[in-house]
Design a protein around this ligand. Sequence first.
Ligand code: ADP
Ligand code: 5GP
Length: 203
Amino acid sequence: MSRGVLMVFSGPSGCGKGTVLKEFFASGGDAFLSVSATTRAPRPGEEDGVHYYFLSREDFEQRLSQDEILEHACYCGNYYGTPRGPVYERLERGENVILEIEVQGGLQIREKCPEAVLVFVLPPSFDELRRRLLGRQTEDMETVSRRLETARQEMQAAYDYDYIVVNDRLEDAVDELKAIFAAEKIKTANRKTMIDEVLRYDA
Ligand code: ADP
Ligand code: 5GP
């Protein structure tokens, strides 16, 4: 059995990553969404172990030193990181894995896992990004301003990603995401065993 596709899914805060993924799963998309660890406080409605593992700074640093975190970054004053174990377990089982992480982490994954596919979600415009971030009403004004400043730098990293999904119409963005999985699945690297099989039974 071939390994699953490891996908990094990045984009500035408010561009709609969570919304695109929710619609992807609701419309039959099949993948394991990695649950990250973070030191930021939970937002209303967020559950420990479901949306994130909410850790103290000490706990996060201890897991880092024990090499339990595959990649990590400090984003707007908080640590965020990907627990290593579940990612490899799922990939070995042939499942696709999505890491919804920011760009510093995405580029660490490219170094450590060269087979990973890096997808960047682009908002249709900076104005629309601002509107979405403000419209979500989950952060105070200071946090929104910090996230918008960070967004400009993050979007520079988009040039280094493999695919750009534009989240203007939600349905189109979800179709683009599905198309990437479909294309990755039929890459030569993922079909080597099929070539071997066909060659073995030359009658
Ligand atoms: P992220 O996960 O990237 O931080 P969210 O998924 O929370 O972003 O989306 C931010 C806001 O933008 C939410 O209020 C969401 O409803 C809205 N949004 C997401 N995608 C679209 C879209 N295609 N068109 C209009 N609004 C959108
Ligand atoms: P939020 O606080 O809005 O949930 O996330 C802030 C940013 O952190 C988002 O860009 C999100 O993709 C990123 N993020 C979430 N989990 C991880 C992670 O495990 N590693 C890294 N590097 N970034 C993460």
